[in-house]
Design a protein around this ligand. Structure first.
Ligand SMILES: Nc1nc2c(c(=O)[nH]1)N[C@H]1C(S)=C(S)[C@@H](COP(=O)(O)O)O[C@H]1N2
Ligand SMILES: [Mo]
Length: 319
């Protein structure tokens, strides 16, 4: 049988099919493209389960950089995800068989809509947007990543925080039977992160569910992970199973582990060095070993959108 690959199908074909096909034809058309391209919630999930499946109805989001994205290979083979090992290639190797379904997200604390949400229901109310962001790791490397995600500001609004909510805390799945890195105490599991409400509702913050128009690969945090492009990579917690609205600043994993090296804010800042290395420059992954490092930008270049959040805060003390 001749199967059309998603890349052989023009976007115009896809949208017109959406409009006129009856149910049976619709499902047959779905089969032709791997059962994953045509995202009507009646027939397929908003974020399909199948690995590598194309996401439907992704809109171009605001705030994308026009820098060239890193290759899919760079983005999916050079990762930090200690639940799958501490080496850069470990998440790619060790997360292949991880099953990110079924998946549920517990919402608790200072908000009206607490509860346990199935992943699909959690994502459903929101638009999927592509956001091409510069990302900067605390280890002085960077990448440009075409995420697909939902606005965290929209999610927070939807969950209706109470007037007491000042922070949002996140936790990663903590399951040693599925995540081999958890058997070692490299961190005090589960992985934890947090943002102020103002940071979480900044229009740049997203919860990513995809990459390069496809379902998020396991090693990048499937099925859902945080992306805050003006902060060091470690704030971008992967495999989120819990969100908690709090009055007090939540504990965060790297701060618990090495408080002198990693603070709560973790804003990208070329002027404040890590105690063991400079943060002034960065190596763009994939640029080749002979490429020179490039200067790191304040707030990773997103200052216009976020600098106001830190007015009057001493960024040397609040690192
Ligand atoms: N649960 C969890 N999330 C995590 C990490 C981790 O070890 N565990 N590593 C962080 C670090 S240090 C970085 S740089 C980014 C890397 O994300 P990427 O592999 O998608 O580029 O994920 C962050 N999120
Ligand atoms: Mo990182």
């Amino acid at each position: 049988m001749l199967i059309k690959k998603p890349s052989d199908i023009r976007p115009s074909e896809i949208t017109s099919e959406h409009n006129y096909l009856n149910r049976r034809e619709f499902m047959r058309a779905g089969a032709v493209v791997g059962g994953s391209l045509l995202g009507s919630s009646a027939f397929s999930a908003i974020v399909p389960e199948a690995r590598g499946a194309k996401l439907a109805n992704v809109e171009p989001g605001a705030f994308s950089t026009d820098e060239t994205p890193n290759s899919y290979e760079d983005i999916t083979t050079y990762n930090n995800y200690y639940e799958f090992g501490t080496g850069k290639a470990d998440p790619f190797k060790n997360a292949q068989d991880f099953e990110p379904r079924p998946w549920s997200i517990t919402v608790e604390g200072e908000c009206e809509k607490t509860g346990i949400f199935d992943f699909e229901d959690f994502v459903k109310p929101f638009d999927l947007e592509e956001r091409i962001y510069r990302m900067r790791c605390v280890e002085a490397w960077s990448m440009v990543i075409p995420w697909v995600g939902i606005s965290l500001a929209e999610v927070v609004k939807y969950l209706q925080p109470t007037s007491k909510a000042r922070y949002v805390a996140f936790e990663t799945l903590n399951d040693a039977s599925r995540m081999p890195g958890i058997r070692r105490r490299t961190l005090d599991w589960p992985y934890r992160e947090g943002l102020t409400i103002e940071e979480a509702t900044n229009p740049l913050s997203i919860l990513a569910v995809g990459l390069y128009g496809e379902v998020l690969p396991n090693q990048n945090g499937a099925p859902i992970r945080l992306v805050v492009p003006w902060k060091y990579g470690f704030k971008g917690i992967k495999g989120i199973v819990r969100m908690r609205f709090t009055e007090r600043r939540p504990k965060t994993s790297w701060n618990m582990s090495q408080p002198r090296e990693y603070g709560f804010y973790a804003n990208v800042n070329p002027e404040v060095d890590h105690p063991r290395w400079s943060q002034a420059r960065e190596r763009r992954i994939g640029s080749g070993i002979f490429a020179s490092k490039q200067p790191t930008l304040m707030f990773n270049g997103y200052g216009e959108k976020v600098a106001h959040l830190y007015k009057g805060l001493d960024l040397r003390r609040n690192y």
